[in-house]
Design a protein around this ligand. Structure first.
Ligand SMILES: Nc1ncnc2c1ncn2[C@@H]1O[C@H](COP(=O)(O)OP(=O)(O)OP(=O)(O)O)[C@@H](O)[C@H]1O
Ligand SMILES: [Mg+2]
Length: 380
């Protein structure tokens, strides 16, 4: 059959833990399960107006002209496997991912090329068995026609392997059918926090103070004279919040920004939000941030203090947004918690000095290990 081109919805699925199944089962039982799997998917894809592009092992690549049909096929597939298993094998779990994009065929016309195919495969890979992961483009198309008994859940911005910019993912939850509670397997919440150039020393009490403040109020300003450690404390606090905030932690350096009217653009740059023609950037920021759960770290605010209105606006329009501001003076707006950063205490100051003198190279190794440790959730 001829494969569709233009805007199509790509469907990728595979069996979770197939290596384990293959090793534990008698070969005949595993073959029977795979055959049942192929018959089931082929029938469901065709029955919902789609086309199979190919099978690869226990993985399936199919395509649909209608996003709604792709979704219905995915649910039917999960439902059948959840109720009947696969060829006598119970407890099998399938991961499915859907993404709508440009369907461009190879010259032979039997396969697709282009970045959307790769993204679709990554979306599927973000799903655990028993889940249906959905890209933002597919979610937009199906949001107005929910399947009975299902709901779309926004799982926040996610970075997928080889895709640098984070994109929003969703999952389709159907009770008893596709409701595995594990978080999607993405590369962790996005963040652009700078790598500190030296070890963070001491400050345990200050860290827990600021963490408690930012958890209870959405605007915390770290104040103190130059060099008192405001920036380091803000970044150290923010690092500890990365895993709590699905839409990430964003560092906005303002030291080089001299005009308060450019703060909006600094925030937009940090978050990769694009300015829209004919619309004030502040409006775009407000509406983009409205549904997000994230933390802004606004560093060196003292020289753009006239931009307090923007901060107040963003926070009041987006209840999931928090900000840690460093500034030599407080912003003095409603809801602000000021925290005066105390000078580094005697012992900490000594160990800071010793650490600087002795082991400048150690830092990078520590940082890398820490990052790897929380990086890929799949490894967990
Ligand atoms: N807890 C810490 N551990 C290690 N180094 C620190 C710590 N606190 C501060 N420093 C170092 O001390 C210097 C000054 O700290 P920082 O830049 O955070 O101060 P600041 O209050 O933000 O200053 P400014 O008002 O000029 O921006 C930096 O080199 C920073 O790396
Ligand atoms: Mg600073």
């Amino acid at each position: 059959m001829t494969l569709p081109t233009g805007t199509v919805t790509f469907f990728f699925s595979d069996i979770e833990g197939s290596t384990r199944h293959a090793r534990q089962l008698e070969p005949a039982a595993w073959i029977a399960a795979l055959e049942a799997h192929d018959r089931l998917v082929d029938g469901l894809v065709r029955g919902h107006g789609g086309a199979i592009v190919k099978h690869e092992g226990d993985g399936v690549f199919a395509v649909f002209v209608s996003a709604g049909d792709a979704l219905a096929a995915a649910v039917a597939f999960q439902r059948s496997v959840a109720t009947d298993g696969l060829g006598g094998l119970a407890g099998v779990k399938i991961r499915i991912g859907l993404h709508t994009g440009e369907g461009q065929l190879t010259s032979g016309g039997r396969d697709y090329v282009g970045v959307d195919v790769h993204y679709a495969a990554r979306v599927a890979n973000a799903a655990n068995g028993g889940q249906i992961a959905i890209s933002d483009s597919t979610a937009l198309l199906v949001a107005d026609h929910p399947l009975p008994g299902s709901r779309l859940e926004d799982t926040g911005l996610a970075r997928l392997k080889d895709f640098d910019e984070p994109r929003r993912l969703h999952r389709l939850v159907v009770a008893g059918v596709a409701d595995d509670p594990r978080p999607l397997r993405a590369l962790g919440p996005p963040s652009n926090l700078p790598e500190p150039i030296s070890v963070f020393v001491g400050r345990d009490a200050e860290l827990s103070d600021v963490l408690a403040l930012i958890r209870s109020s959405r605007l915390v300003t770290l104040t103190g004279p130059g060099g008192s450690g405001k920036t380091r404390l803000a970044i150290a606090t923010a690092e500890r919040l990365v895993s709590d905030l699905p839409d990430g932690v964003w560092y906005v350096p303002l030291a080089a920004v001299e005009d308060a009217s450019l703060v909006a653009s600094a925030v937009a740059t940090a978050l990769s939000i694009e300015e829209e023609a004919g619309r004030p950037l502040g409006d775009t920021l407000r509406s983009t941030l409205a549904g997000r759960q994230l933390l802004l770290v606004l560093d060196n605010f003292e020289q753009v203090i006239a931009a307090v209105r923007l901060v107040a606006d963003l926070l009041s329009g987006a209840r999931g947004v928090r900000a840690i501001v460093t500034s030599r003076e407080a912003l003095r707006i409603a809801g602000e918690q000021e925290y005066r950063v105390p000078p580094l205490g005697g012992l900490d100051a000594v160990s800071l000095f010793v650490d600087r003198a002795r082991r400048p190279a150690r830092v990078h190794r520590d940082r890398r290990e820490r990052r790897d440790g929380r990086g890929d959730l799949r490894a967990a």
